[in-house]
Design a protein around this ligand. Structure first.
Ligand SMILES: Nc1ncnc2c1ncn2[C@@H]1O[C@H](COP(=O)(O)OP(=O)(O)OP(=O)(O)O)[C@@H](O)[C@H]1O
Ligand SMILES: [Mg+2]
Length: 502
């Protein structure tokens, strides 16, 4: 477009002017600029928007510029002949962007738009702290026909920034955060969260779960992650609560990692016992990002711990007595534990109070081994929308593990294992451990299956013995109860007789 006809003439005049403007006196420059703008404005049907790399301060790149760089990276890699490659901050991949003076055509709702990457180089020598070459000033230009002004201003620019956000999220290196104590040891305030790169290999494919359960969870997650408009329509904050419960080693933590990998979310692993109070809990919440999972593991223990800590304190206080050294140590410990007072209502507010709506696309996941211990208010639907029970290994789950660990889809020992799994309670963690090859020689798959059968039989035997002992205990306590009851009845009868005699 801009290399043909009128467009090209205008571009040439502009270029000439840009090259020689410095040789004109300042007041003349102003006049020429004014008139050229006026003439171009009359004949040029195109509108141009310029986005500079450093617009506000000189040390911080403009966010708009970076967003456009991200947005154009996919298009540039297909269209531009000269590309720049860089590893962006927090990016997991090499990011391509168009080199200086390249152009890229975009299409939006059937309308063509022209992006170009430009730079101005001033010939004056300058000493500057400006990053890179002090004289290179880069900017993007966006050109479009003036009849599409409304479309561009009202919707295209928004589309560009939304798409850039989405792409940036996809390219970012995901993180696993954990909460810091409010002051670090040097006494200055640090960020409330610290993080490492999240690199867990768990996926839903490798998770040992019954196929129906897996499909149900996958559907729920997909629906949630694509339901932005729906949540807006029903007036609900875009978040969802999951409660994962079941015995130890059934895959609760593994599932959290699989969810994070599937949805490409960050994880905030919240250690509730090191949160001072409800206020700090709120601060932690505010500093979480969108597209993230906030996890509180073993929620029953977290809440109990607060109580236990208080009990422990009062017992220790008795012991301390008047000993000055013990008193000092106690004071120090108290100040570090001080105010570890997250209340149930604080936690409920954290999940669905007004502050919980300050971000979007977030999952809150609680895990517990004892769902029956939890306050019903904490896990009611609306707070914990989906309750997922992770239980002992079923045959379906075993088949997934056999495929993952041994590359086996069928085997003549599967039938025996199926029966044993129906009669015993073994966690997927234990089954997985038995399927881990202990040797690389010979037919290790068969060996592993035999190991598993042996382990299942042992578990079955242990369960039988335990059940027998429990029955005996129950029996003897019933007998004891009967003896006590008999004694009570005899005593009552004796008392009645004496009263009658009197
Ligand atoms: N359903 C499963 N699918 C695949 N692997 C599993 C599954 N359950 C457990 N495992 C394996 O067992 C190990 C322990 O599982 P995980 O830590 O997820 O259990 P958990 O339910 O979180 O236990 P806890 O209640 O003690 O925290 C994992 O490393 C994983 O390899
Ligand atoms: Mg766990």
């Amino acid at each position: 477009m801009w290399n043909t006809g009128m467009g090209s003439t205008i571009a040439s005049i502009m270029l000439m002017y840009a090259m020689f403007q410095q040789y004109f006196p300042y007041h003349l420059q102003q006049k020429i600029h004014k008139y050229t703008q006026y003439i171009f404005g009359r004949v040029n049907p195109y509108i141009q928007i310029t986005i500079h790399e450093y617009s506000g301060g000189r040390f911080k790149r403009s966010e708009a510029y970076m967003a456009i760089e991200t947005y154009l990276s996919a298009k540039s890699s297909k269209q531009a002949k000269r590309l720049k490659a860089d590893i962006g901050k927090n990016s997991k991949n090499l990011v391509l962007s168009m080199d200086d003076l390249e152009e890229v055509i975009d299409e939006y709702q059937g309308v063509q738009l022209w992006w170009a990457s430009r730079k101005t180089v001033t010939t004056q020598q300058s000493v500057s702290l400006y990053p890179g070459n002090a004289d290179d000033k880069r900017y993007y230009t966006l050109k479009f026909h003036k009849k599409f002004r409304g479309l561009v201003v009202d919707s295209y620019l928004n589309h560009v920034f939304e798409a850039a956000k989405e792409l940036g999220m996809k390219n970012r290196q995901r993180k696993l955060y954990t909460n810091n104590p409010s002051d670090n040891w040097q006494g200055y305030k640090s960020s409330v969260w610290s993080h490492v790169v999240f690199n867990h290999p768990s996926t839903f494919q490798t998770m040992a779960l019954d196929a129906d359960k897996k499909t149900d969870i996958l559907n729920d997650l997909t629906t949630f992650s694509t339901a932005k408009d729906y949540y807006a329509k029903i007036g609900k904050a875009w978040k969802r609560g999951y409660l994962l419960y079941g015995p130890p080693g059934t895959g609760k933590s593994t599932m959290i990692a699989a969810i994070a990998n599937m949805l490409e979310y960050d994880i905030y692993d919240l250690e509730l016992t090191s949160v001072k109070n409800n206020n700090e809990l709120r601060k932690l919440l505010i500093e979480t990002s969108n597209k993230s999972i906030i996890v509180i593991e073993d929620i029953d223990c977290s809440l109990d711990l607060t109580g236990q800590r208080k009990n422990k304190k009062s017992k220790e206080e008795e012991k301390v007595g008047e000993d000055p050294i013990a008193k000092k140590a106690k004071e120090e410990e108290t100040s570090s534990n001080e105010g570890s007072k997250v209340t149930l209502s604080g936690l409920l507010n954290f999940i669905d109070g007004l502050w919980s709506a300050c971000g979007e696309e977030r999952l809150i996941i609680f895990t517990t081994n004892h769902v029956e211990k939890l306050d019903p208010a904490l896990i009611r639907r609306g707070r914990m929308d989906k309750h997922i029970e992770l239980s002992y290994c079923s045959f379906g789950a075993f088949k997934v593990l056999a495929k993952n660990y041994l590359d086996l889809e069928s085997h003549h020992l599967f039938e025996t294992i199926k029966h044993l799994l129906e009669e015993t309670q073994m966690t997927p963690a234990d089954v997985a451990e038995n399927l881990m090859p202990k040797t690389i020689n010979g037919n290790f798959a068969e060996l592993c299956l035999e190991n598993l059968i042996q382990a299942l039989e042992n578990t079955k035997e242990e369960a039988k013995l335990k059940a027998g002992e429990e029955a005996k205990e129950r029996d003897s306590s019933t007998k004891d109860e009967a003896v006590v009851n008999q004694m009570l009845t005899n005593n009552e009868a004796k008392l009645n007789d004496t009263t009658l005699l009197e």
